[in-house]
Design a binder for this molecule. Structure first.
Ligand SMILES: N[C@@H](CCC(=O)N[C@@H](CS)C(=O)NCC(=O)O)C(=O)O
Length: 232
């Protein structure tokens, strides 16, 4: 049975381009052709002087974190629960496709990426000395080996169809050039490189891809962060 969003159920994403968790949700909304309004709420560290947090965000966000999504008059925070909720509010086209692989594989892999790829990725940009950055880069390289193994079973991370696993993977692809500038040494295995190209070439991939300026802003932000930590 298909569920269709009622016309009054307008969707809004409270998020910001630099936040990988917002990118997951934005990718999923575009991939699933769910129309939405983007309410730009920069993370605290990226707010320009004088920025005023929208009242609606303050009132409905449980932890003051982006992403938050409104559907009609309901709100949800936290990217993975948001992705699950969006499957409930409108189930087609789904990012948890039946027949994509064994039941639950897409969520299992999305969870694995959240637990393994993200700490390594975040370890690179928050790494304050070369040893920490190199360790995070090696850990990230190990996750790429595992992801390459998954891609031996099909074109997508959880089988034959794009899924929530791609939504969780995409923020890595979006900031990969920036990560290389900040110390990522691991090469993309061939199948992962092909998967990156296929994913980022979709309308949803293009919607969340960074411009050169965005990559510069990301790199500059973390270079300054490193300098400030080293001079303490
Ligand atoms: N587990 C959350 C993490 C969200 C998160 O950490 N968001 C950051 C920005 S990337 C945030 O809003 N931090 C609070 C702040 O900047 O004040 C999710 O998956 O959505």
């Amino acid at each position: 049975m298909s569920s269709v969003l009622a016309p009054e159920s307008e969707v809004a994403l409270f998020g910001h381009w630099i936040c990988p968790f917002s990118t997951r949700v934005e990718f999923a909304l575009v991939e699933r052709t769910i129309p939405f309004a983007l309410v730009d709420v920069p993370p605290t560290a990226a707010r320009p002087p004088g920025y005023v947090v929208p009242d609606e965000f303050v009132r409905h966000s449980p932890r003051g974190e982006i992403p938050m999504v409104r559907v009609g008059d309901r709100y949800r925070a936290d990217s993975l629960p948001i992705l699950a909720w969006l499957e409930e509010v409108r189930n087609e086209p789904s990012l948890v496709p039946e027949g994509a692989g064994p039941a639950g594989l897409a969520w299992e892999r999305a969870g694995w990426l959240d637990a393994n790829l993200y700490p390594a990725m975040i370890g690179i940009y928050y790494g304050t000395d070369d040893r920490l950055v190199a360790g995070a880069s090696d850990a990230l390289g190990d996750t790429l080996v595992e992801i390459d193994r998954w891609l031996g079973d099909g074109e997508w991370l959880a089988g034959e169809r794009i899924s929530v696993a791609e939504a969780v993977m995409v923020p890595f692809y979006v900031r990969r050039r920036g990560l290389e500038r900040l110390g990522l040494r691991a090469e993309l295995p061939d199948r992962v490189a092909r998967h990156e190209a296929a994913t980022m070439d979709r309308p949803a991939g293009r919607a969340v891809a960074w411009s050169g300026e965005q990559t510069e802003e990301f790199v500059g932000r973390f270079e300054r962060y490193r300098v400030s930590r080293r001079s303490r």
